[in-house]
Design a protein around this ligand. Structure first.
Ligand code: AMP
Length: 424
């Protein structure tokens, strides 16, 4: 049996230096999204189950098989968010949107799906995502996709592949559904169990299946765009034209539907060959969501990228977490009387050198043991305070790399360190 201290399957503890890599991604995302006028939103990690069921659709894999749903003490059904859009749109619906008002937000955070864990597939994973609501303009879709590409560029991810399709408007749906049904009807008996069910409940999802022979059958199905009405086709043409105009390289993927029911018009995905079997880096699209009690649906466009996968893609390109020391300066207090002065000196230095990590050794153990600690922390310098130094107002500075050692008057220490250390 697994030990209680082990994280659950599909979850992990993330340590430095990896956490520094996460911060790099978050800062890059903040920086890029800020330039497009997006502000950060933080919504709850759990919501009423209906927030997801009503927006993602009850026939979707996420809702059917993957949600972490539980009852609270009051008997309410709650769910850990499996994705970010539903909660953000709930928040916007709750805050109210003025007629014609546009809102642009981005978020980071953990998402939860009870999937079979595999490389790049976690049960708790993290997404960075954006939503723009209140604009039904195809140029907005173009801008959002271009922003995603700029974000990937800014974190050094080259070689990703953008695929785009359209699902058209809700009023086109019946026509597409019946054409797909007609196409799949003679084949459904040979298809997987999920597809046999989807044939009756949500035939569009048969295009998403990853099992053979379903994928082969799906590849020969009618193209969605050919079945759409004029308005939907014009919208999609503009999106494609805009992408070309802004220089986003993309491929038209006529059978991309993405898993969720709330999508209309544009859907897109970004894949990367460095990821292996789970090759999706990011996905998104335009959606229309209406919660019970809201007068009108909210239309928006957004995307989410998996943070773990962004990191994997960077690793595949040779970009690794920064190399950090546990301490740049280690203050050693030798003997009982030097422990408190060591703490005080460390405190002063932290005020002086904001970019450096300063640690003090409070153990009072032998010089040799404290030096070993300084070595282990890969400190650049050890500052040694013993009875003599305290009496004379000095400190012994030992440069760890060269073992050079100098006694410095305490009032000259800052200047000395400033010349010796690479402040980062
Ligand atoms: P989706 O909306 O399901 O396409 O998710 C958007 C992005 O989140 C995907 O492109 C992946 O990068 C990431 N993602 C989705 N599910 C998982 C998972 N189980 N583990 C890790 N990353 C995931």
């Amino acid at each position: 049996m697994a030990s209680i201290t082990e994280p659950l399957p599909g979850t992990s503890d993330i340590w430095e230096p990896e956490t520094l890599d996460w911060i790099t991604l978050e800062n890059a995302a903040r920086n890029v999204f800020h330039r497009y006028g997006y502000g950060e939103i933080r919504t709850p990690i759990f919501e009423r189950t209906d927030v997801f069921v009503k927006s993602l659709g009850d026939e979707t894999d996420v809702v059917q098989k993957e949600m972490y749903t539980f009852q609270d003490r009051g008997g309410r059904s709650l769910t850990l968010r499996p994705e970010g859009t539903a909660g953000v749109i709930r928040a916007i619906a709750n805050a109210g949107l003025e007629q014609g008002e546009e809102k642009r937000v981005f978020y980071f955070g953990p998402m939860f799906r009870g999937e079979r864990p595999a490389a790049g597939r976690r049960r708790q994973f993290h997404q960075v995502g954006v939503e723009t609501v209140g604009s039904n303009n195809p140029w907005m879709d173009v801008e959002v996709i271009a922003m995603l590409c700029q974000f990937l560029d800014s974190i050094g991810i080259t070689g990703s592949h953008v695929v785009v399709n359209t699902r058209g408007l809700p009023e086109d749906r019946a026509r597409v559904t019946s054409a797909l049904k007609e196409y799949f009807a003679p084949k459904v008996g040979e298809m997987c169990e999920d597809c046999r069910r989807r044939f009756d409940t949500n035939v569009w999802r048969m295009l998403d299946c990853k099992n053979e022979p379903c994928t082969t059958f799906a590849a020969g199905s009618p193209k969605i765009v050919d079945l759409l009405g004029e308005e939907s086709r014009t919208f999609f043409e503009k999106v494609c034209q805009g992408l070309r105009e802004v220089g986003v390289e993309y491929e038209f993927a006529p059978r991309l539907v993405r898993g969720l029911d709330y999508y209309i018009h544009t859907v897109f995905e970004v894949t990367h060959s460095g990821l292996g079997a789970q090759d999706a880096l990011a996905g998104g699209g335009r959606y229309r969501i209406q919660f019970a009690g809201s007068k009108t649906p909210i239309e928006g466009i957004g995307f989410a990228a998996g943070m773990e996968r962004l990191l994997l893609a960077r690793q595949s390109l040779g970009i690794t977490a920064p190399d950090v020391r546990d301490a740049d300066i280690m203050v050693l207090g030798l003997g009982e009387s030097a422990v408190l002065p060591a703490l005080q000196l460390a405190q002063t230095l932290r005020g002086e050198f904001a970019g450096l990590r300063v640690k003090a050794d409070f153990t009072g153990r032998s010089m040799k043991a404290q030096m070993r600690g300084a070595n282990k922390a890969r400190a650049q310098v050890a500052l040694i305070l013993g009875e003599n130094e305290l009496a004379q107002g000095t400190v012994v500075c030992k440069m760890m790399e060269t073992s050079e050692q100098e006694t410095i008057a305490i009032n000259e220490l800052n200047g000395f360190l400033a010349t010796k250390l690479n402040a980062r």
